[in-house]
Design a protein around this ligand. Structure first.
Ligand SMILES: [Zn+2]
Length: 233
């Protein structure tokens, strides 16, 4: 991460929050990033969606961070994004499982073609950081990549709520070997789905469906940010 920050500096990087030359996220902008985790129910609510929590509204610096990380490979943002995600996970757990043992964070999977094009898997990376942050606070939390995309899944961007739901029906599946590894440990687990942004909730609901189908119903969904609620037309 230091190397990336240095790289940004040498190559004339700019803060994604205020455009000031230098670090990818300047210290004043980073200090301003106070997570405000709250339930982030989309409207309409997809069938079966469990509690979604987000650490911030999807605008301003947070939006710029998510996009810079995802689309422009500003990898120095993985840490601050992971911190925000950890705050959302902690708030969700406080609400639904005040004394949770063995929490497993399951990132919403990216399509393999997206990961190749971007050169990284942003949600997986920030989920790894969030798990480490929560472990540092004494919680029994780790990350497990239990979900995979099916072939033929289109990019969700540009689709409306109905289009997203149709595109996503049956789009994700649990990865049997990873689920088996988890089961071998024997003890029950508390599963939380993690994502970067909650928009319509369709991806979160599909992730829950796929995990519930293998006997791992998630407690809820935690995300860095959520878009403003949509009012049904
Ligand atoms: Zn700044």
């Amino acid at each position: 991460m230091l190397v990336t920050a240095f790289h940004d500096l040498v190559l004339g990087g700019r803060c994604v929050g205020c455009d000031r030359p230098g670090r990818v996220l300047c210290l004043p902008c980073r200090d301003d990033l106070q997570p405000t985790p709250r339930p982030a129910w989309p409207s309409p609510v997809p069938a079966g969606l469990r509690e979604p929590w987000a650490a911030a509204p999807y605008d301003g610096t947070v939006r710029a961070m998510v996009l810079g990380h995802k689309e422009h490979r500003r990898l120095a943002l993985t840490g601050p994004l992971g911190d925000l995600l950890a705050a959302a996970v902690a708030a969700l757990l406080t609400d639904v499982a005040p004394d949770p043992a063995r929490v497993v964070l399951v990132p919403v999977p990216s399509r393999p073609s997206s990961t190749r094009a971007r050169g990284h898997d942003p949600t997986a990376a920030m989920t790894r950081v969030a798990a480490a942050v929560l472990r540092a606070h004494g919680l029994d939390v780790r990350r497990a990549a239990l979900l995979r995309t099916r072939r033929g899944l289109a990019d969700q961007a540009g689709l409306d709520a109905a289009g997203r739901a149709a595109n996503l029906a049956g789009a994700l599946r649990a990865h049997a070997p990873a689920v088996a590894r988890l089961a071998r440990a024997g003890r029950p687990v508390h599963v939380v789905v993690t994502d970067d942004v909650v928009t319509t909730g369709a991806t979160a609901a599909e992730s829950q469906r796929a995990l519930t189908a293998v006997g791992l119903p998630p407690l809820g969904v935690a995300a860095v940010a959520a878009t403003a609620r949509r009012t049904p037309a």
